[in-house]
Ligand binder design. Sequence first.
Ligand SMILES: [Zn+2]
Ligand SMILES: [Zn+2]
Length: 315
Amino acid sequence: MKALVYDGKLSIQQVPDPVPAQGEVLIKVRYSSICNTDLEIIQGYMGFKGILGHEFVGEVVTEKSRYVGKDVVGEINISCGHCYMCQTGRRSHCTNRSVLGIFEHAGTFADYVVLPEKNLHVVPPNVELPNAVFTEPLAAALEIFEQTKINPTDNVFIFGAGKLGLLIAQVFRLSGCEYTVFDINPFKVEFARGLGLPAKNLRTLLPDERAEICVDCTGSPDGIGVAMNHLRPRGKLILKTTVADPAKIDLNQIVVNELNIIGSRCGVFEPALSLLSQKLIDVEPLITKVFPFDKLEEAFKLAATPESIKVLIRH
Ligand SMILES: [Zn+2]
Ligand SMILES: [Zn+2]
């Protein structure tokens, strides 16, 4: 099959078809999308070499699977099921895990991918396939609500109006909180406003303006410091950014202001699919461009530009 391989540089290569192990199924990828994590991996994050990609929708082709012929999305953490973390309901933190297209498991920028059947969720019929690729990042946005109590009376600052920030802002829109999205890029501010989100240029944020909850989804090493500077004492700082080159920050502020720091990664898929199915999250306008598979290298170039939101691949 054809696959986009990262081995220090990106190239489409002919590779052997993946073979499903026990409990796994073979999936023919229909659409995939480029995430900030993919862009960070090619900058050295995780030291991953191999087939990239973890946001996808595809059709199960393994005959003996109960999902055969169905369009599915898949949770990206491949867990063992028997370690302490798995046994205590923290499968995404499995000690023996691999992660689709990120750590020791070939990703979705390929004709086929394998995943455990238990990771799969059937796409509801009224969710269009290109929109279904947003399930994984939307689940990551919803994870914030799994992790911490958010009161409708809280005010919230969301830093970064990119791929993930625009989903996080839309989830907060449903929460009743007073929230504002900040970005330094005027294009992104306008874009967010076009979605009906209250967005402002970061440069207009005054040093003494603070929120109860600050979310960093800038994808930039400086994001955490900015978000921390605008958090009220005893507020919650939610960190979504992973970068190849981590920031150096002053931890004294955390002690003095008694800040709550919450690292936030992957979330559960069912609520994300439910929101997509109810059309409560606007994802279609976030699609900057859909590339055919053989233009994947070009797609990566566009995805790395500040004016692109979500770049999709049609397989
Ligand atoms: Zn992602
Ligand atoms: Zn485990």
